[in-house]
Write a protein of this length. Sequence first.
Length: 104
Amino acid sequence: MSYQETPNRLEYQRLLKLAREYRQQGYSVSIYPQANELPASLADCSLDLIAMNGNKVVVANVRSRETLSLNGSQNLNRIIKSVRELPDWEFELVVTNSRKKNRK
């Protein structure tokens, strides 16, 4: 796993669901892609998923609201800018939240 931090359980479960959704749509999916699977402009970025279908490529990160706030947005902005420069590539940020149960 090349992800620089240990993903929390909620993020990892959502990532697996996202990968399954893309595979059902005919995409080839790689979770935690290695630098050699990415263009040079994204090789040092922490990406959770890359999905390819023909010429279309989607890169994605899954974050909980808590980790998104802690990690800030500088890395995400850099990823988005790099992806925008690649034809037929898009970036997807999936934000997931824990479901808090009301306790009495």
